[in-house]
Every structure is written in C-alpha cells, then in structure tokens.
Design a protein around this ligand. Sequence first.
Ligand SMILES: Cc1cc2nc3c(=O)[nH]c(=O)nc-3n(C[C@H](O)[C@H](O)[C@H](O)COP(=O)(O)OP(=O)(O)OC[C@H]3O[C@@H](n4cnc5c(N)ncnc54)[C@H](O)[C@@H]3O)c2cc1C
Length: 381
Amino acid sequence: MDAAIVGGGIAGLWLANLLHARGYRTVVLEADGIGGSQTLASQGMIHGGLKYALSGNLTGASEAIAGMPERWRRCLAGGGDVDLGGLEPLSDRYYMFATSTALGRLTSFFASRTLRGRIRRLEPPEYPAAFADPAFRGVVYELNDFVLDTPDLLAALLRPVADRVYRHRLLPGEVTPADGGCELRLPGARLRARRLILTAGAGTGALLDHLGIASPRMQLRPLHQVLVRHDYPHPLYAHCLTGIRRPEPRMTITSHRDGDGWLWYLGGQIAGDGVAMSDAELADHARRELAACLPWISWERAGISTLRVDRAEPEQTGGRRPDEAFAAAVGPTVVAWPTKLSLVPDLGDKVLALLDPPRPGPAPRLELPRAGLGRVPWSRP
Ligand SMILES: Cc1cc2nc3c(=O)[nH]c(=O)nc-3n(C[C@H](O)[C@H](O)[C@H](O)COP(=O)(O)OP(=O)(O)OC[C@H]3O[C@@H](n4cnc5c(N)ncnc54)[C@H](O)[C@@H]3O)c2cc1C
C-alpha cells in the first residue's frame, strides 16, 4: 500500500481524494466520526486572509492564503484539485460591517489598488437582509470569501473514497518501521504502508511522541466559541469591525441550519477573549457584544451557549499563528496540519511534493467498520 492516512478530518479526506485520483493505494483510519474534531466545529469560511490585514498592511499571513478562495471555487465548479461539483456554499459571499462609517485608515486601505478585486464597498440596495434595516447606518463591504456547510463538504469528499475510510483509532503501539516504510498491526490485518500520513489534528501530538519524532512539534491554540439560538429570521455571514481596537474582527459571524431557523456561530476576538472566561461570563459578554454590534436586533430572548475547542497546528515561536499549511516528512512519516480549512489546497500541494509516484495494485480491504460522518457540535446530544 502507498499510504495510510491517520485522521479523517478535512485534511485526511482531502488527501485521500487527491491521492485516489492519482492512483495511490490508500486507507484512512478515523477514530470517531468523520470531521469530528476541528473541522465540524469550524465556521466553514473559505477566506483569502483579509481579516489578518486589519492593521492596514498586507502581511505574510494574508498573502499566503489570498489565492485559496479561487482554488476552492474551481473545485466547486468541478474543475479543481478535488471535484466538489454540485456542492452549494451556505453563502457565496462574506461581508465586513461597522455600525459607523468611521473606520479610520481602514477606509482608504480597503479602497486601495492593492486590494482591488478582493473587497468592495456595497451600496444600501446591495446589502444582505440583516443590514436592510433603517436603524443600520453603517458601512458594509463584500469580500471574495464564501462559507461552506462542513457536513456537506465532508459528505462530498467521503463519497469517492468511502470504501477505504475505516473507523479505527490508531494506537501508537500498532505502528513499527519496516522496509523503509511502516507496518500497521490492525485488528484482523497487518498492513505495509510506504508512507504513514498523520492528519490526526490534535491527536497527532501523541502519535509524534510515541513514534519518537522530536520535530516537528504540535501547538494547541484554544478558542471559546459562542452559539446563539434566536428567532431572527435572517442568516448573517460577516465580520464586525464596529469600534475595533485590535487588528482583528470584533466578532466573526456565520449562520448554520438549526431546525427551521438559523443558529449564529460567533468567533473572532470574542472567542479569543472568551478563553479566560467561564461559560456564563462569556454568554453575558456575548449578549453585550451582540447588542453593541447589531443594536437593531433584540438579543434579550436569545439562547446563548459556548463551546471550547483547540486549533492544532505546527509549533511556532511564541505560539504564533502559522501563515501556511504545514507538511513535513520524517522518515516514512508525513506530518500534516492544514492550519486552516481554507489552506487545504496548499496542504495538498505540499504533501504531493513529498511522495514518490504510486505503485500499481488494488487498495487493501480491512475487516474494520467503515467510518461515518460526525455531527456538528450544536447537534450533538
Ligand atoms: C472553532 C474553529 C473555527 C474555525 N473556523 C475556520 C474557518 O472558518 N475557516 C478556516 O479556514 N479554518 C477554520 N478553522 C481551522 C480549521 O477548522 C482546521 O484547520 C481544520 O479543520 C483542521 O483539520 P484537520 O483535518 O487537520 O483536523 P480535525 O478536523 O481535527 O480532524 C482530525 C481527525 O483525526 C482523528 N484522530 C485523532 N487521533 C486519531 C488517531 N490516533 N487515529 C485515528 N484518527 C484520529 C480525529 O477524530 C479527527 O476526526 C477553525 C478552527 C476552529 C477550532
């Protein structure tokens, strides 16, 4: 077998599709439900990094990611790295707004030639429904970014490779080096794989320890996200820039189907600041922030809950946010973290560059149960 992929989040499934289409014989081992950790907890934004440029400068982070929305759009059109034809985004655009028109030097930055084609100030008739309220007197920008429904995305990626995605938590003692590759001792089967590809998200840290891999190392960056259930009828996909004092959106809002209505999911500064807060403190803080950012909507009856989740990434000096996807080969093992959903095409390039050409032959069949799709955190019991 060419490669055993450990972890069935976006990284593992994307790589399984890329490798399958190029003739590699692979299996994916997923401990729980597909997408179960970060991917299904993510906001699903495929973005070009402009939210990292709110200091008014294009940085390494904002530029490495700038081309990703177009690469994803080609996939959605059926012609990109991975065929996602037929997958409909939750929202085809993403927005930025502020309740005042006074955005300081960001106003001229957003209008500058360097950002042409990436951001556009909207006229009131073009506003999404949530801003079409006479009480809103601010400014709205449209970004090139869009939002995917992560369960739909994972289902589309699972379809072509479902017969090789198994439910199994790989235990460190089940892997040993063999003939320049590795041997996996799985229940009912011994497999030889030329490559072991670790896409286990936060689970990769323990596997690195047990495989004796000292570098790369993993870092975890915590978030405390906010879930808002309310009866407001419109979805919203927007960064709030009202009164920002740091180069980061005050609130990053996405909307997800929840029964007959919409659940609003809040990240951005509120989720970073919320790490130091208890659930109840963050719920109170979120209600105040919603009232400040969207004062034309009543938040008194909204039900607010919170969700703690870590981002798993390659270790950076000072625990900084990585700018790019990460893949490195250590002997037969490839260690891979996309670091962002948006950066998965970049991850695919990096992993393919590390692999030898495939060898002909069928993919092995294992006596393990097939892995099914996980559930988004807000629909878990
Ligand atoms: C709250 C939040 C919001 C985010 N929003 C965005 C966004 O809007 N846009 C964006 O671009 N990025 C976003 N991200 C980042 C993005 O979600 C992640 O970078 C991406 O989902 C990571 O995917 P992954 O496949 O590496 O990891 P995961 O999705 O965590 O998948 C890893 C899988 O490995 C499995 N596993 C673990 N250990 C083992 C083992 N020993 N054996 C077998 N399987 C194992 C787990 O069960 C899991 O299913 C967000 C992240 C968070 C936390």
